[in-house]
Ligand binder design. Structure first.
Ligand code: NAI
Ligand code: MG
Length: 357
């Protein structure tokens, strides 16, 4: 089985290296995964002039799955799209048509002390944010800058087609069916036409899933409820921009952005797996980033794209054990725990994987 490994920028390569370590450890007693590294992001732009070289697209298309780190840096964020590392990732998502981005958020009992929220709010939290990933205001046209009227203005377009909403809605209802049967659709239908269509289409699709309880929330209220009563959520389906924002907020339910994995799937089930966090330039190159989001993304890859659920379980169990032993990176550090760096955390997970029966 062949995995494309795209580390990207900032802490991306650092955390991805630890996920690769976990994949090698979990396959130790059988055939190893074939892993090929590719370039993306600022790192690719600086050497090839393109944040998404065609060779990377070919590599990703041929592989059975893609393991991705992060793309973009603060320096490149304000450049035009063709010179922006982060835009390389947007283009890759679009090229592979990865419209369904699943971000599971589970409160980890061992980490209750690392969250800024109270233990009793977090207990039992187990939800999935399903973020649409290939459309919305991130891709809509027209977009750009203008100086018409003698002053600078800028504009973007929030656009969804019926079929784009329909397919992610189906993915949401199916995910809810496989879980606790509850789907909450998040929009801003009170203000935006795009979101009125969103609500209408999700409601229509819902008639095909009478066994799923469908509710709707406006995104502002959803942000509040997510923090106030997170346990009530099962699957949340939402558009690209709202999903981006809500899932960073949801990360705090686990204690750190460094704990949240994700899977981005297309209609054929092909997937790209990446931590929810970005390239974290503020901590890059110092061996302090938390690699667990990346390692847990590799576990999702084993389960969803590589057909190795038992290997996925081993990786997830190893992560739990390492946390239970008290090992912590700086972002989840608490009193009485043992502070470790990125590589030491990855080594500890690999060691636990090897120890598991
Ligand atoms: P970020 O997710 O990179 O960082 C936010 C904060 O969380 C920072 O203080 C960072 O140190 C911390 N953090 C993130 N991941 C961590 C980890 N694994 N361990 C410990 N601490 C962690 O988001 P930010 O600062 O908004 O963006 C930084 C750059 O990343 C920007 O250039 C942005 O465009 C890009 N970005 C890329 C994404 C991607 O490739 N999927 C997603 C989000 C941002
Ligand atoms: Mg984000």
């Amino acid at each position: 089985m062949h995995i494309a490994v795209l580390g990207g920028d900032g802490i991306g390569p650092e955390v991805t290296a630890e996920a690769v370590k976990a994949l090698r450890a979990v396959a130790a007693n059988g055939p190893q995964f074939e892993m090929t590294e590719g370039k993306i992001g600022d790192a690719a732009y600086d050497t090839t002039g393109d944040p998404l070289p065609e060779a990377t697209v070919v590599l990703a298309e041929r592989a059975d799955a893609v393991l991705f780190g992060a793309a973009g840096t603060y320096e490149s964020d304000l450049r035009p799209p063709e010179a922006r590392g982060g835009h390389g990732l947007l283009r890759l998502r679009k090229r592979l048509d990865l419209f369904a981005n699943f971000r599971p958020v589970r409160a980890i009992p061992e980490l209750a002390g690392a969250s800024t929220l109270r233990r009793e709010v977090l207990e039992g939290v187990d939800l999935v944010v399903l973020r649409e990933l290939t459309s919305d205001i991130y891709f809509g046209t027209p977009r750009g800058f203008s100086t018409a009227g003698g002053e600078r203005s800028a504009f973007n377009t929030m656009r969804y087609t019926e079929s784009e909403i329909r397919r992610v809605a189906h993915a949401g209802f199916k995910a809810a069916q496989a879980r606790r049967g509850k789907l909450c659709s998040v929009d801003k239908a009170n203000v935006l036409e795009t979101m009125q269509l969103w609500r209408t289409v999700v409601t229509e699709v819902g008639r095909e899933y009478p066994d799923v309880e469908l509710t709707h929330l406006y995104v502002d209220a959803a942000a509040m409820h997510l923090i106030r009563r997170p346990r009530d959520f099962d699957v949340i389906v939402t558009g690209n921009i709202f999903g981006d924002i809500l899932s960073d907020a949801a990360a705090m339910l686990t204690g750190s952005l460094g704990m949240l994995p994700s899977a981005s799937l297309n209609a054929e089930g092909r997937g790209l797996y990446e931590p929810v966090h970005g390239s974290a330039p503020d901590i890059a190159g110092r061996d302090i980033a938390n690699p667990l989001a990346s390692i847990l993304s590799a576990a999702m890859m084993l389960r969803l794209s590589l057909g190795k659920p038992e290997m996925a379980m081993r990786v997830e169990t190893a992560v739990r054990r390492v946390l239970a032993e008290g090992l912590r990176t700086a972002d989840i550090m608490e009193e009485g725990a043992t502070l470790v760096g990125t590589q030491a955390m990855g080594d500890a997970v690999a060691r636990e994987i090897a120890r598991l029966p």
